[in-house]
Every structure is written in C-alpha cells, then in structure tokens.
Design a protein around this ligand. Structure first.
Ligand code: HEM
Length: 182
C-alpha cells in the first residue's frame, strides 16, 4: 500500500484527535516498518488494518466509521493533487464511472506497485449507478467515504446503499441513487 495512504491517515488523526493520539497509535500498533512512512514509499497493507483497529479501540468508534471518514478526507487530498481527473468529469456519476477504466489505470502507470481494487460499474438508469467493489484488501468502507467525498465535491445529493456480496468483505455492491429519485 502506498505511503500516501498512511501519511494522510496519520495527518487526519492528528487534526481530529491531536498528535498524542498519533504517537500512542504508532507505539501500540505492531508496525514492521517502524511507522516512519514517506508518501512515495510502499508498505504492508496489514499495517493500515492494524492502525485502523487500534484507533477504533482507542476512540470507541467502529473501524467502518473511521475508514469512511478517512475516505472523505482522502478525497480532499485527491482534489488538490489530482485535479485534472476531476476537471474532465462534469458530474459525480461520470467521475465515478471513470475510476476503474481511467483513474486507477493512470495511478498504476505512475506507481506500478500500487494495489488497487477492481470496480465493475454499471449505470442502471439515469439516477442510479452501481459499483461492484472487489479487492483482497477489503476496504469497501474507504470506497464509501470516497464516494461521499465525490458527491460533496460535485454538490450532488444521493443515497449510498452498501451490500456485502461475500462474507469476507472482498466483494461489495454499492448503489448510488440520486436525490430526486429517492
Ligand atoms: C482522483 C481520484 C482518485 C485517485 C487519484 C485514486 C488513487 C488511489 C491510490 C494512489 C490508491 C492507493 C493504492 C495503494 O496504496 O497501493 C487508491 C486506493 C484505493 N482507491 Fe482510489 N483513487 C481515486 C478515486 C477513487 C474513488 C472515487 C474510489 C471509490 C469509488 C476509489 C477507491 C479506492 C479504494 C477502495 C482503494 C484502497 C485499495 C483497495 O481497496 O484495494 N478511488 N486509490
């Protein structure tokens, strides 16, 4: 997993819970890398799982909640760093429809070692987008937060339904339903 996913996560924790929380998180989590992440480095995805689990314990919030919040936060980072990807899409559905076939493809060209999920994306009708997430990293809650971030960026209101398609969380269906059709 790319270092930016770790550095931005710790930045979010520092902003919301203060540096002491970051410090104790790094001390209490088993981190083979030592926890000194650089944005360009690559680290074991299990370290992220450990950090989220320990933050969940320390703050009495579910891991799902934390990952969703982090998805919204991370999207803000993408807005600043990867603005060209957003500029070419006029609305949230167009943008989300391009994640698998365009955005993550470009990310993979920039960082060949990036571990990205697969999405099967279908526009069911004018108001409903279906995204089927598949990844051994089981981070569908992060995807949920990134979808929320996308909707907020475009100023669109939609309901997001999340349904597990496999018991281990590696396959998850999202239905994004625009507000005027709720
Ligand atoms: C400008 C837009 C985007 C950029 C630049 C981007 C880039 C990235 C990068 C760099 C990673 C980390 C890969 C690694 O750690 O090895 C990642 C992971 C991920 N991305 Fe994107 N992404 C974008 C939009 C989205 C959106 C809108 C979604 C959801 C609909 C999404 C879903 C995910 C998920 C769930 C992961 C975690 C890895 C996994 O589950 O296997 N991304 N993305």
């Amino acid at each position: 997993m790319k270092g930016i996913v770790f550095t931005k996560f710790l930045e979010m924790v520092e902003q919301t819970n203060g540096y002491d929380q970051v410090d104790s998180l790094l001390l209490t989590t088993d981190l083979p890398s030592g926890g000194t992440y650089t944005a360009a480095g690559t680290y074991d995805h299990q370290e992220m799982v450990g950090l989220v689990a320990n933050l969940s314990q320390a703050t009495h919030r579910s891991a799902s909640d934390i990952l969703r919040e982090y998805g919204r936060y991370l999207f803000q980072t993408f807005v600043n760093t990867y603005h060209p990807f957003l500029e070419v899409a006029p609305d949230a559905f167009t943008f989300l429809s391009s994640v698998d076939a365009y955005i993550h493809v470009e990310v993979k060209k920039l960082y060949p070692e990036a571990e990205l999920p697969n999405f099967t994306i279908t526009r069911l009708d004018g108001s409903t987008l279906q995204m089927i997430y598949q990844s051994s990293r089981k981070m569908a809650d992060l995807a949920y937060g990134l979808i929320e971030g996308t909707l907020a960026y475009y100023g669109e209101i939609a309901k997001i339904e999340q349904q597990a398609l496999s018991p281990d969380g590696s396959r998850v269906k999202f239905l994004i339903i625009k507000a005027n059709h709720l």
